[in-house]
Ligand binder design. Structure first.
Ligand code: UGA
Length: 432
């Protein structure tokens, strides 16, 4: 099939490349010429394991094309995916839909034959209705249909998530479009993915509801972790004990330093905004947002306690600064609150991240990036494991750190407390 992906951000690029790998002809379009030029040379703008090989392979095979020409790309394709960003509007809860609407306007001015237009961007309920209205201003209703097909990819696992999704959600009342999209996804359905056909509005809500529910699970276990610390219970035991109940499920019950990233914080806020506009209170999700916002304060209190309230001039190392492992994404990473706070209190901070130095910390005088784990840790009074990268799991801190006495605050519970005790390391985990 002939597809066009508008927007080569996370969702657009990964889905476009994976659709090409399934044998479709895909054009990935972006306004950013620099990005498109780089993609043509297989230089990938994001860190995503396996993506570069897949881009190279499909670009070489001619199934995958990159372009800045939206008009031509739309005209050549039957199925058009809108995959542009929908960030939170500044200081508000509302999602900024300007990029979705401007893509719809451009498509509407350039339609030459029947098109299936699919919202893959995460958009509030009824955005499909609004896109339909925009399209109708310039195009006859018989020339297009608007479908919602939300994406459930996780950064760092995006290719696997695309190829082996739990479900594919298609929101449309158009039977022809539904049939065509079922065919497009057939290779994944035949591998076990559930194909869920719903109304367009339900599909839009499913995406927000899923992210808000996962954020709720994480926040639930994070709050329990606080209680576990007080009662000397290991939160990992609680996660396993709860999670083995099939009604609950064990995933997304890992306590940590607050959920972050480009999706959960943004989408929990946006669903609350949608509900407020309908005069419905989503009190559980509001509480989740609040609890998550306050989490770094709770972890910082523990840092103070570990350092006996003496932060000034202490050498603190952060291992990993991205919001989770296997990504270079810093958006809403918990350490964006912690590092500036500790820096203000006079700590000397060194950090190491497998994806390199971060522009977010360049302005801080006493926050230094180090190229190796050893350089970041050797003078440390306190090592904070902020992100759960595999390469941190087997390091021998006793060998690396030159100080006689140092502490480890493992915010991801990647180390065994027993092993740490055997090595005489002052060890603190989350919820244990
Ligand atoms: C999330 C969803 O998992 C995807 O299904 C969805 O498609 C995506 O948002 C999106 O809306 O585009 P992502 O933001 O890539 O994916 O990351 P997750 O793996 O979900 O992690 C989100 C945050 O929760 C991270 O900060 C992570 O460290 C944290 N987390 C996750 C925990 O603290 N504990 C857990 O058990 C799981």
């Amino acid at each position: 099939m002939k597809l066009c992906m508008i927007g080569t951000g996370y969702v657009g690029l990964v889905s476009g490349v994976c659709f090409a790998d399934l044998g479709n002809e895909v054009i990935c379009v972006d306004k950013d010429k620099n990005k498109i030029d780089k993609l043509k040379k297989s230089i990938i703008p994001i860190y995503e394991p396996g993506l570069d090989e897949l881009v190279k392979k499909n670009y070489k095979a001619g199934r995958l094309k990159f372009s800045t020409n939206l008009v031509e790309s739309v005209q050549k394709s039957k199925i058009i995916f809108i995959c542009v960003g929908t960030p939170t509007l500044r200081n508000k809860y509302e999602a900024d839909l300007s990029q979705v609407f401007s893509a719809a306007k451009e498509i509407s001015k350039n339609i030459n034959s029947f098109k299936i237009i699919i919202n893959k961007s995460t958009v509030p309920v009824m955005t499909g209705d609004l896109v339909e209205k925009i399209m109708s201003k310039n195009v006859k209703k018989s020339l297009f249909t608007i479908v919602s097909n939300p994406e459930f990819l996780r950064e760092g696992d995006a290719i696997r998530d695309f190829i082996y999704p739990d479900r594919i959600v298609i929101g449309t009342s158009d039977r022809k479009a539904n049939k065509l999209l079922r065919n497009l996804y057939l290779p994944l359905i035949s591998k076990g993915a559930k194909y869920i056909s719903t109304s367009r509005r339900a599909a839009e809500l499913i995406k927000y509801a899923s992210n808000a529910f996962l954020a709720t699970k994480i926040t639930f276990i994070n709050e329990l972790a606080n209680l576990c610390e007080k009662l000397k219970i290991n939160v990992e035991d609680v996660s396993i004990g709860m999670g083995t109940d099939k009604r609950i499920g064990g995933r997304f019950l890992r306590a940590g330093p607050a959920y972050g990233g480009s999706c959960f914080p943004k989408d929990t806020r946006a669903i609350v905004d949608t509900a407020n506009k309908s005069k419905v209170s989503l009190s559980v999700i509001k509480t989740v947002i609040n609890s998550n916002d306050n989490r770094s304060g709770i972890l910082l209190k523990r840092v103070k306690k570990i350092l006996n309230n003496k932060i000034k001039n202490k050498n603190i190392t952060f291992l990993g600064v991205t919001f989770k492992a296997n990504t270079d994404d810093m958006r809403e990473s918990a350490c964006l609150k912690m590092i500036p706070y500790l820096n203000k209190k006079g700590a000397k901070i060194r950090y190491y991240d497998p994806t390199g130095e971060k522009k977010e910390f360049i302005k801080f005088k006493n926050v230094q990036y180090k190229n190796t784990i050893k350089d970041a840790c050797e003078l440390s009074d306190l090592v904070i494991v902020h992100t759960e990268w595999n390469e941190f799991k087997l390091i021998d801190l006793k060998k690396i750190i030159k100080k006689k006495s140092f502490s480890v605050y493992d915010m991801r519970n990647i180390y065994s407390p027993e092993k740490m005790k055997k090595q005489n390391i002052k060890y603190f985990g989350v919820g244990r």
